[in-house]
Design a protein around this ligand. Structure first.
Ligand code: FES
Length: 95
């Protein structure tokens, strides 16, 4: 019988999100009901996961102070501080 996965907390823009061990940041955000956590520089259109394999850069977040991290490629760790990016004059510079 398999063990239940360990769960721990991270934060997205200061709000606690529970994560199962082994989940990527993107998977954790989707599991918490979020479908978008970034906006485009032009028109502030919502973005979340599009490709899910590190190609499109739609899922960018600031992770523990490091900007423009692809949420679909990074496994979440306890206490991660995740910040959304984008909008007018956004920190990421992506569209
Ligand atoms: S969803 Fe495309 S790079 Fe992450």
């Amino acid at each position: 019988m398999s063990e239940p996965s360990a769960r721990f907390a991270v934060t997205l823009d200061g709000e606690e999100v529970m994560v199962s061990s082994g989940q990527t940041i993107a998977a954790a955000l989707i599991a918490s009901g979020r479908t978008a956590w970034r906006t485009t520089r032009v028109d502030q259109r919502p973005r979340g996961v599009f490709c899910g394999i590190g190609v499109c850069f739609d899922c960018l977040v600031t992770l523990n102070g490091q900007r423009s991290v692809r949420a679909c490629l990074v496994t979440a760790a306890p206490g991660d501080d995740i910040r959304s990016e984008g909008g007018p004059g956004g920190a990421d510079g992506a569209d």
